[in-house]
Design a protein around this ligand. Structure first.
Ligand code: HEM
Length: 221
């Protein structure tokens, strides 16, 4: 889930979250190795990588059931940010977004019977009946929790603050979605980057991806 807040002064700020609480690796270099291992013809390459990278093994092994709806999935920001109050006091936290409707997933056989784009169709149908609502939360670490390692989820007993509600009323036309650019480092005063190395790598990769997506859209037109 990528969210863009358009602020009153015309600035915008983003939250970019996915549906796994964590990440297979903690650095961009390891992510490249992970992707190469996943894509390798020789299955031993991936086996060797997983043997030395337990978070990647946990990621591969974790069940990732298809959601019943985008409106029944939880999303995690993964990388920590520094939240800074008016007095300059800093607090690390990680975004999470939980569906007000509660989480609901399909069994593998139910998912196999759905059309490939059923989640998009479901959302369009759902929004005709009622808005989709999500709680915007920030999870706080306990002393000693790894702050700069997105592959290490913080325990579920850590405090979680509710900072707002997101209400989705309608879908924008596809053509206006295409050029949108979301990055986790498009921040606003009071929220600052952490030293988590994934954040800079993500921002660079997303920009290149946007450029390629824009070029291929022009080529298609
Ligand atoms: C080094 C690690 C990562 C790299 C290199 C990476 C790279 C990318 C790239 C290239 C895209 C396509 C962007 C576009 O076409 O506009 C993308 C999209 C996305 N990524 Fe990542 N990613 C990383 C980690 C993560 C993590 C940790 C999360 C979740 C917390 C995440 C969530 C997303 C989401 C939600 C999108 C879709 C954004 C959109 O629709 O514009 N990614 N990522």
């Amino acid at each position: 889930m990528a969210i863009k807040f358009i602020l009153p002064d015309g600035e915008d700020t983003d939250i970019v979250a996915h549906s796994y609480n964590g990440f297979p690796v903690s650095t961009p270099e390891d992510f490249l190795s992970f992707l190469k291992a996943v894509g390798a013809k020789d299955p031993q390459v991936l086996a060797s990588f997983l043997a030395t990278h337990p978070a990647a093994k946990a990621f591969i092994d974790a069940p990732k059931p298809t959601p019943l709806s985008f409106a029944t999935e939880a999303f995690y920001g993964v990388d920590a940010f520094r939240f800074i109050n008016a007095a300059g006091v800093e607090q690390y936290g990680r975004y999470r977004i939980e569906p007000v409707a509660g989480q609901a997933h399909l069994s593998a056989s139910e998912a196999a019977q759905r059309a490939p784009n059923f989640l998009s169709q479901d959302l369009a149908e759902r929004l005709k009946v009622a808005p989709a609502e999500f709680r915007l939360l920030v999870q706080l670490p306990a002393a000693g929790d790894p702050i700069l390692d997105g592959s290490a989820a913080w325990a579920e007993d850590r405090p979680v603050l509710e900072i707002g509600t997101l209400t989705l009323h309608a879908l924008a036309p596809q053509a206006s979605q295409q050029p949108l650019f979301f990055t986790p480092l498009n921040l606003v005063s009071g929220v600052a980057s952490s030293e988590d190395p994934l954040l800079v790598a993500r921002t660079r990769a997303y920009r290149i991806s946007l450029e390629r997506r824009s070029k291929s859209a022009v080529a298609r037109d």
